[in-house]
Design a binder for this molecule. Structure first.
Ligand code: DUC
Ligand code: ZN
Ligand code: ZN
Length: 479
């Protein structure tokens, strides 16, 4: 390339790293100009900034395609992270794109929810972001006007819930939403748990006085997830549109997904660190309230199910590995103890923090422990989510023309301590866990955000990304 010879052609050169993509690992220099990757090769001319990556692995910046930031909750509950602390935490853990949720409230407009979410994010984010939608009230206006308009504007994925009173849809409503996804080129994400079974079990547990956090897991056994997963697959088959089942927790849901695929259905799936590293015992082996820290839905299962999840990561069952970061403080009045009180598991806000630890957990315990390849790691944490949600190849790729979002890995002993994390949550479920790696650098569009010790980047430079057509959908001329 002629320009390569002129002085200062590159703003940044990341030199000599082992560059990992979803398909290859090769040694190369990465030349960056105006925030984009413009050259991959050896012996590139010097950049104005040089980053020595020799002997280190370089991966695409993480794409966390399922996290909750500043999502309104019914008072007194409030999420601990907004776009400021949440995306700071993301950057320090190697994630350069997040996709949180603009959530419709029943009786309200979805377009208004999107506008409100832009107000919450604008000028506050430190990494780039797109929005998923949550459809909780699919009225004719929402279905026929709002959703098609929003899809055109770059909101091409939406989540539907089969549980939670304020969010859940019945099967007919889910079919209506899937039909819009099919006709307008969007992907539906499904939270698959059977609401009536959960309510029935919860009432029985409460009647027996079993209200400690650990009973959350008893109220949501695997069959609750299995039944809803099967039903979601059937609904997708009826409409003939792909879906993605989010936060798959273990064997029974996986069996349903494998069944769907064996029948030729386009069923995609996501899992999360909590299903690899936590078990139901983390919700408590006695009635201690500390278990509230790990209350999330679906709940973590057991060691055998962790292995089933690892198998699914390795063999291609999962397309996406997300944090499902849902940040609630343990202490105080707005989080796990609403109004400062220890409450029945029914009222404990669901969710755990995980944006900052997602990448290092999978790199250390997946790649460096020999469970998955480096290419698979890249696919699950960056390329897969970017493709699934219409952000590829701008995001999730190391190729000429992609945004220069990179992680350079430091393979060293690290102990996870909440005191070292950057979210605004007062705990991490992984406190004390020993890892073998952490990002040495995180770059967003060529700028160093994290240098292995602190956030050093420009603040508030995160940009909104309108999403394109999800690449997991059939080609538009064929659908
Ligand atoms: N489950 C969800 O469905 N969303 C947020 C967190 C959780 O545990
Ligand atoms: Zn969910
Ligand atoms: Zn979630």
């Amino acid at each position: 390339m002629e320009n390569d010879l002129s002085a200062d052609f590159y703003d940044v050169v990341v030199r000599g790293g082992r560059v990992a993509t979803a398909s290859d690992v090769f040694v190369a220099d990465i030349g960056i100009r105006d925030g984009k990757i413009v050259q991959l090769g050896s012996d590139l001319q010097p950049g104005r900034t040089e980053i020595d990556a020799r002997g280190r692995v370089v991966t695409p910046g993480g794409v966390d395609a399922h996290c909750h930031l500043d999502q309104p909750s019914p008072p007194p509950v409030r999420m601990a992270d907004d776009f400021d602390t949440g995306t700071l935490s993301a950057a320090c853990g190697g994630t350069t794109t997040v996709i949180p949720f603009a959530a419709q409230q029943k009786g309200h407009s979805l377009v208004d929810a999107v506008q409100d979410y832009h107000r919450r994010s604008e000028g506050k984010a430190h990494v780039d972001y797109a929005f998923h939608l949550i459809v909780s009230d699919p009225t004719p206006t929402v279905l026929n006007d709002e959703l098609p308009g929003l899809i055109k504007k770059g909101y091409t994925s939406f989540k539907v819930y089969m549980t939670y009173d304020d969010l859940k849809l019945d099967d007919g409503q889910i079919l209506d939403v899937l039909d819009i996804a099919k006709r307008h080129g969007a992907i539906a994400m499904v939270h698959a748990e059977n609401s009536d079974c959960i309510e029935w079990l919860t009432k029985r547990l409460e009647a027996m006085g079993r209200t400690a956090p650990r009973f959350h897991a008893h109220s949501r056994p695997m069959l609750v997830e299995r039944e809803a997963t099967h039903r979601a697959i059937a609904l997708s088959e009826l409409v003939d549109v792909p879906i993605l089942i989010v936060h798959v927790s273990g064997r029974e849901a996986i069996e349903q997904i494998r069944w769907g695929r064996a029948h030729g259905l386009n069923i995609f799936a996501e899992t999360c660190p909590q299903y690899l590293f936590l078990t139901a015992e983390d919700l408590g082996i006695d009635d201690s309230y500390h278990g509230a820290k790990c209350v999330c839905s679906p709940p973590p299962r057991d060691k055998a199910n962790q292995q089933v999840i690892w198998d699914g990561l390795k063999d291609g069952l999962f397309t996406v590995f997300s944090s499902d970061h849902a940040p609630f403080k343990f202490e105080g009045t707005e989080g796990k103890k609403p109004e400062g009180k220890e409450v029945s598991f029914r009222h404990i806000p669901n969710g755990i923090p995980g944006l900052e630890t997602r990448m290092a957990l999978l790199y250390s315990e997946g790649v460096l422990s020999g469970r998955i390849s480096l290419e698979k790691f890249v696919e699950l944490t960056a390329t897969g989510p970017a493709k699934t949600y219409g952000l590829h190849p701008q995001k999730g790729a190391i190729c000429i023309g992609a945004d220069a979002d990179l992680v350079i890995w430091d393979e060293r002993d690290v102990v996870i301590k909440n005191a070292n994390l950057h979210h605004d949550v007062d705990y991490t479920p992984y406190e004390g866990m020993k890892l073998k790696a952490w990002p040495a650098y995180t770059l967003l569009r060529g700028q160093v955000l994290w240098d292995g010790k602190s956030f050093v980047g420009p603040r508030n430079q995160g940009r909104f990304l309108p999403a394109g057509r999800p690449s997991v959908l059939p080609h538009p001329n064929l659908s």
